[in-house]
Design a protein around this ligand. Structure first.
Ligand SMILES: Nc1ncnc2c1ncn2[C@@H]1O[C@H](COP(=O)(O)OP(=O)(O)OP(=O)(O)O)[C@@H](O)[C@H]1O
Length: 261
C-alpha cells in the first residue's frame, strides 16, 4: 500500500480565543480526490490555507510526501521550519481561491509565467510555451494577451487554475472556487475541475458547497464540523446514508435550500 501524500496529525489552530481546528487529523493518498464539506466556519478553508503555508499551526504535525511541513529534521531532532524549507515544500502544492487573486496589472499569460520564471528560474520562452498549453487546456488560449479586468469571473478563475498548475504541483487545493461566480459561469469552471480530476494524477482537495459536484468528483468526502472531521466516507455513504446526526442535519438543510446532493 502506498504511503499517504498528506498526513495531518492532531493539529490545532486558534484565531484569538476561537479554536478553529481542534486536534484535526487526516490522511490523503496519492491521486486521491477529496471533497471537504461542512457548515460555514467549521475550518475547511483554514486547513487548506495551513497546507499552503498561508497560516501557521499552533500544535500538531503535517507531513507532505513523507517530509515534515512545519518542521525540519536535523540529527534526529524536529526544529521549526525556516522560510527556505517552507518555500521548497510550497512548490509541491497549488491553490485556487474563491476570489481568483490574479495579479491585476499583468496580462493573462504573465500571470501564468510569473511564478515558474521567478521561483524555478524557467526561461521566458519555456514558461510561455507551457503557459499556452495550460491556457489551452482551460479554454483561455485566445485571451492570453488580455488583462484580468477584461475577463468574466469564470474566465478569471480558469486563468487562476492555469496559474496554479504552472508550477506542476502534485497536490491541488481548491477553496470554494465557484462560490463567487454568477450561476451561469459555474459550469465552465466545474468542467475544468472535472478534466483535471479525470485526466491528471494530481491529488486534489476541494472545499465546496456544490454538493452535486462533490458527489460526482470525490473518491472520499470529509464532513467538517467545529474544527473536526465528524464523518468521512465514499460520496454515496455520506450523501445517501450519513451516520452522524450532524451530517444528517447539515445535508437536510442543503436539500431544503434546493441544492442537488
Ligand atoms: N485570519 C483570521 N482571523 C480571525 N478569524 C479567522 C481568520 N480566518 C478564519 N477565521 C475564522 O475561523 C473560522 C473558520 O473559518 P474557515 O474559513 O476555515 O471556515 P470554513 O469551514 O471554510 O467556512 P466557509 O464555508 O464559510 O468558508 C471562521 O469563524 C472564521 O471567521
Amino acid at each position: 500500500m502506498p504511503a499517504p501524500i498528506i498526513k495531518v496529525d492532531a493539529i490545532t489552530k486558534s484565531f484569538g480565543t476561537f479554536k478553529v481546528l481542534d486536534g484535526l487529523s487526516m490522511q490523503v493518498m496519492p491521486r486521491e480526490k477529496l471533497a471537504l464539506i461542512g457548515p460555514s466556519g467549521s475550518g475547511k478553508t483554514t486547513i487548506l490555507r495551513i497546507l499552503m503555508t498561508l497560516e501557521r499551526i499552533d500544535g500538531g504535525h503535517i507531513q507532505i510526501d513523507g517530509e515534515q511541513l512545519y518542521h525540519m529534521e536535523r540529527n534526529g531532532q524536529l526544529l521549526p521550519a525556516d522560510e527556505r524549507h517552507l518555500a521548497k515544500m510550497r512548490q509541491k502544492i497549488g491553490m485556487v481561491f474563491q476570489l481568483f487573486n490574479l495579479f491585476p496589472h499583468k496580462s493573462v499569460i504573465d500571470n501564468v509565467t510569473l511564478a515558474p520564471m521567478l521561483t524555478k528560474g524557467v526561461s521566458r520562452t519555456a514558461a510561455e510555451k507551457r503557459a499556452m498549453e495550460l491556457l489551452d487546456m482551460v479554454g483561455m488560449a485566445d485571451k492570453a494577451r488580455s488583462m484580468p479586468a477584461q475577463l468574466s469571473g469564470g474566465q478569471k478563475q480558469r486563468v487562476a487554475i492555469a496559474r496554479a498548475l504552472a508550477l506542476q504541483p502534485r497536490i491541488m487545493l481548491f477553496d470554494e472556487v465557484t462560490s463567487a461566480l454568477d450561476p451561469e459561469l459555474v459550469e465552465e469552471v466545474l468542467n475544468v475541475l472535472w478534466r483535471l480530476c479525470s485526466e491528471t494524477d494530481m491529488t486534489m482537495l476541494l472545499v465546496t458547497h456544490e454538493m452535486g459536484f462533490a458527489h460526482d468528483f470525490a473518491d472520499r468526502v470529509l464532513f467538517f464540523d467545529r474544527g473536526k472531521i465528524v464523518e468521512e466516507g465514499k460520496p454515496d455513504e455520506i450523501f445517501r446514508h450519513p451516520k452522524q446526526e450532524r451530517t444528517q442535519s447539515f445535508l437536510k438543510k442543503i436539500i431544503a435550500a434546493g441544492h442537488r446532493v
